[in-house]
Ligand binder design. Sequence first.
Ligand code: BV8
Ligand code: ZN
Length: 258
Amino acid sequence: MTRVTDALDPETVERVRALVQSAARVIALTGAGVSAESGVPTFRGAGGLWNSVRAEDLATPEAFGRDPRLVWEWYGWRRALVLQCAPNAAHRALADASRRHPSCRVITQNVDGLHAAAGGPAPLELHGSLFRIRCTRCPDRRDDRDPIDASSYETLPHCERCGSLMRPDIVWFGEALDETVLSEACRLATAAQLCLVIGTSAVVYPAAGLAKLTLRGGGTVIEVNVDATPLTDIATFSLRGPAAEIVPRLLGETQSAT
Ligand code: BV8
Ligand code: ZN
């Protein structure tokens, strides 16, 4: 039975803190909501990116094939936006927790790089990175060129080895996730005693399925989100409120730490 609770309920915060502290292996599965308070727009819900543009027009290999300049323009805009943003208290608390406890790992769907910017061990980035590009043809050709000039097809980045167009190193809809990253995420999720699901609408697969692996492995799921999600019912606790406020309370060394 899920206990849905207001972010500030001190009894629940204490119970979840105790669960976190007693778990030998913890994963944090994060989504766009963890970066919302840093100023990065989410995808779904009020103010979400998918309200003004269609994912099919910009975040699929077909869209890139049709109009690479348009897709690069959009990713260039997102890069510039994220470069104005800094990690918030939730990113910092997760980075601190994984520094203190190497068995605590961050698995993120985000491509904004803010977990890495907060320091600590590298997060597993399931959907790639806004700040890497890769060749559409050579499987091993990646770099971090910036900025991208999308003013014409000719100025778009091309591979220095084969001359083909470079694309964002992002997993688009309909594309497989990197096999190594996904199998490591599945391994960590299955072995985790606790899975904190933070700021994700939990509708994109296979990422959303990771919390179910923890449950199947005998672990507990705790959700932190301003709204209900399809995972709310499998969570032991669903803490309703902003991640930057709640996560430091759950993970900080003392309850007053933020
Ligand atoms: C694959 C790149 C197979 C773009 C992204 C039907 C049923 C089930 C599955 C499918 C289906 N049809 C198709 C599929 C598969 C599809 C999928 O899941 N579709 C869903 C949407 C129906 N999945 C795929 O295509 C995946 N690939 O399956 O491959 C395959 C195998 C072999 C060979 C070939 C193929 C690939 C999925 C990757 C898609 N790429 N991003 C980009 O970033 O540019 S997904 C996109 O959604 C985002 O990038 C993000 O990573 C992901 C998840 O979103 P969230 O992070 O959760 O963000 P969202 O806005 O939705 O939610 C924010 C949440 O935060 C909300 O809940 C909100 O309440 C909360 N919040 C807001 N503020 C706060 C907060 N919480 C706390 N604090 C706050 N302050
Ligand atoms: Zn190439």
